[in-house]
Design a protein around this ligand. Structure first.
Ligand code: 2NL
Length: 402
């Protein structure tokens, strides 16, 4: 007698334990009908067993129980398996009369097991879906959130504004060689910027020309690299960290700069002034921006100018816009023909303008901080106060928009 089909009260390791108690006839009744019974007797015994077994399958409530039945049916010494084994000892004639019933029984058992398995799996999934449902309309719990540093915010605003004007963002190494940082820019060997006390040099790292590597003092080398690697027309901005050996209330050894460069045919100062005016109006979100270009000198531009922007006093503070006074905000000029030639371009064919300014200073002017050093202290209270929400997108038309 196959105890597994009638429940099992002797629980031990390796035994099948969870058989639902059902009136499935013992497998012996099937075997006896095969060996001794008439075809009618076989059919009757098979039908009875199958009905009871189907009932057992259909009333299982867990995949675990179903698996117990599967093992009892089609496992190594399961009822179906034992029946199949009897085929081997039959004469061909006997096999022909009894074989089909055995195979049909097997098919029926397999089908019933598969059907119940699918049903139990489906309801297990339904149950999971019901308990694991998420309410997407619940308000988000406000966890601790960081904020965007004003320098990052202003850099994003600048990138956005200049993108609208057709400028791409270019980047390059912060550790530079002397040629890209100074020589290509027409900065003479004797220029004070090249002195040890103004520029951070690496004492041991040298370029192929034997000159010491250095921390870039402006982002101009990025523009030099772009001019050497990409054919004109060029419209780029180069934002990034720059380094100078300088430290007091208004200077930090590392600060942020943004430079702009346009190289094309027939570019003149009119393009330069319009671009700067459009940029400053968008950046300060005011239409009453007044510019003043004062003649100046940079080795890499000719002519060169310093750009002042008009301000007014509001409650004792200086606010950009109007023209009660002037504040210097940018340096600019037409790219020196020697710089264009240094980059392998013909200065008779290609001209352009360039400008540069400090990002930290722009941030202070727009958002009203008064101490540059606080920018780099990493004080969370300062960041909370002056920081920006992530995902606020700056636009040309509205400064910071949706
Ligand atoms: C300033 C002035 C300036 C440039 C930067 C530049 C770059 C190349 C060629 C020519 Cl590759 N010029 N950059 C030009 C004029 C002024 O910056 O006051 N910066 C803080």
């Amino acid at each position: 007698m196959d105890s597994r089909l009638r429940g099992n009260d002797k629980v031990g390791f390796g035994n099948v334990t969870d058989i639902p108690k059902k009136n499935v006839p013992p497998v012996e009744t099937l075997l006896q009908s095969i060996h001794h019974g008439s075809p009618d007797r076989v059919n009757e015994a098979f039908a009875q067993w199958l009905a009871a077994n189907n009932e057992a399958i259909a009333t299982t409530t867990s995949l675990q129980d179903l698996e117990s039945i599967r093992v009892a049916n089609t496992g190594k010494s399961g009822a179906v398996t034992l029946l199949l084994k009897t085929l081997g000892g039959m004469s061909p004639e006997e096999r022909q009369t009894k074989g089909p019933a055995i195979h049909a029984l097997r098919e029926a058992v397999m089908a019933a097991l598969a059907e119940r398995k699918a049903a139990l799996e489906a309801s297990a999934l339904d149950a999971r879906l019901a308990t694991e449902r998420l309410d997407m309309t619940l308000p988000v719990s406000a966890g601790r959130q960081g904020s965007i540093h004003p320098v990052s915010q202003v850099m994003d605003e600048l990138a956005e504004i200049f993108a609208d004007l057709g400028f791409a963002v270019a980047t390059g190494p912060e550790i530079e060689d002397d040629w890209h940082n100074f020589t290509a820019l027409n900065i003479p060997e004797t220029h004070p910027a090249r002195a040890m006390h103004d520029t951070f040099y690496f004492p041991d790292d040298k370029a192929a020309d034997g000159k010491k590597m250095l921390l870039r003092t402006h982002t101009s080398p990025v523009q030099i690299r772009t001019m050497m690697n990409e054919p004109p027309p060029i419209r780029i901005i180069a934002p990034g960290r720059v380094y100078r050996s300088d430290s007091d209330a208004t200077h930090t050894p590392m600060f942020h700069q943004i430079e702009g460069l346009v190289i094309d045919r027939d570019i003149h100062m009119g393009h330069l002034k319009w671009t700067l005016e459009t940029f400053l109006k968008a950046f300060f979100e005011r239409d009453d921006i007044v510019l003043r270009l004062r003649p100046s000198y940079f080795p890499f531009t000719e002519p060169s100018a310093e750009v002042d922007v008009g301000y007014t006093r509001e409650k004792g503070r200086r606010v950009i816009g109007g023209s009660e006074g002037w504040m210097e905000v940018l340096g600019c000029g037409m790219v020196h023909p020697r710089v264009i030639a240094n980059c392998g371009l013909d200065p008779n064919e290609w001209q352009g303008f360039a400008f540069g300014t400090g990002v930290d200073r722009l941030a202070m002017l727009k958002y009203g901080m008064d101490d540059l050093r606080a920018f780099f202290d990493g004080d969370l209270r300062w960041l909370k106060h002056y920081g920006f929400r992530a995902l606020d997108v700056p636009t040309l038309s509205a400064g910071i928009g949706a």
